[in-house]
Design a protein around this ligand. Structure first.
Ligand code: FAD
Length: 286
């Protein structure tokens, strides 16, 4: 490992000041599960590493029926998995975070680090997109809020500007009671997904009133499959429409060949897993 300075600010304000001061030479570190691998492989060689571990209440999880859920960027996967309020009101998040890696990683990795890494193989982004989540980005200049599906830009690239941190993730009050999450991992349950599908939907008088579909591991970013959603939105759900939804979702992804499968295989799995997720969601309501 190359030599670097390790700074431990005690407030968000001083962390932001340090990141601004050191510019391209600096990197934030939260759980370190992703950053340290990149540093050991010398893909990243920051001169200054700014720890977010001592920022007060950076891992806070709060919920109100009116405003929904706010998750501090420093909340660890395990905090989110085990939060009673999340289990009760956002079972999709409970299930998703339960499936992230294994407990050793879940005890260290944070939601902020996960999203900021911009890795399309990771799980939380698709479920958060299916729940209409927003990220709050803080810098010395102030705050801005982005819908999560606008945050992911390309492989390992996000809308974060230099000197900016994710400070919070906001999830609106639950409005689509039906949900499903499929992490398709034929190799090992602890592996990254070959294909990941997260779906929420609301039924009204036998019609699909609203729906969100997030997919991971099938493109250069985590994606929202809006055209596939439109096949069901405002319609009665029939087997023919579910099949069509899967076909359309497969046109919204751009997978690559890798050790988890060929691009063609992953596209076929999208066609199978998207309708399966919708069927599962219909059987289950939170
Ligand atoms: C063996 C292994 C298995 C894994 N399996 C899975 C899996 O199955 N599913 C899955 O989803 N993920 C998986 N991961 C990835 C893991 O979830 C992420 O690495 C973790 O969430 C990253 O969080 P962290 O706090 O450790 O980030 P760090 O490693 O500390 O940081 C990652 C990046 O984010 C930046 N950063 C950190 N916090 C912030 C912030 N608040 N604002 C802006 N930038 C920030 C850092 O500068 C760095 O660039 C796995 C990782 C490993 C090592």
């Amino acid at each position: 490992m190359h030599k670097f300075d390790y700074l431990q600010p005690k407030t968000l304000k001083s962390a932001l000041a340090l990141l601004e001061k050191h510019g391209d030479d600096a990197r934030a570190i939260a759980g370190g599960t992703s950053l340290l691998i990149m540093m050991r492989q010398r893909l990243l060689m920051p001169k200054v590493v700014v720890s977010l571990a001592d920022i007060p209440r950076f891992d806070r999880v709060t919920y109100s029926a009116k405003h929904g859920l706010t998750i501090g960027a420093g909340a660890r996967h395990r905090d989110i998995e085990l939060s009673p309020v999340i289990k009760r009101h956002y079972p999709l998040l409970h299930e998703t975070f339960h499936k992230v890696a294994q407990p050793r990683i879940r005890n260290m990795g944070t939601i902020g680090g996960n999203l900021a890494a911009g890795d399309p193989l990771t799980d939380p982004g698709a479920s958060l997109i299916a729940l209409d989540a927003e990220v709050v980005l803080s810098s010395r200049a102030g705050k801005r809020v982005l819908k999560l599906d606008e945050f992911f830009v390309d492989y390992y690239q996000t809308a974060l500007n230099p000197g900016e941190l994710i400070s919070e993730i906001h999830v609106p009050p639950p409005s689509r009671a039906h949900w499903a999450h499929i992490k398709f991992t034929p190799r090992s349950i602890e592996d990254f997904a070959t294909v990941g599908v997260a779906l929420t939907l609301r039924m009204k008088n036998g019609i699909c009133d609203d729906i969100r579909l997030g997919l991971n591991s099938v493109a250069s970013t985590i994606v929202r499959a809006s055209r596939a959603e439109n096949i069901l939105r405002g319609q009665e759900i029939t087997e023919a429409r579910l099949q069509e939804m899967g076909e359309i979702a497969a046109t919204e992804v751009d997978p690559v060949d890798d050790n988890r499968g060929s691009a063609a295989y992953k596209r076929e799995m999208v066609k199978v897993l998207v309708p399966r997720a919708a069927r599962e969601a219909l059987r289950r309501a939170s």
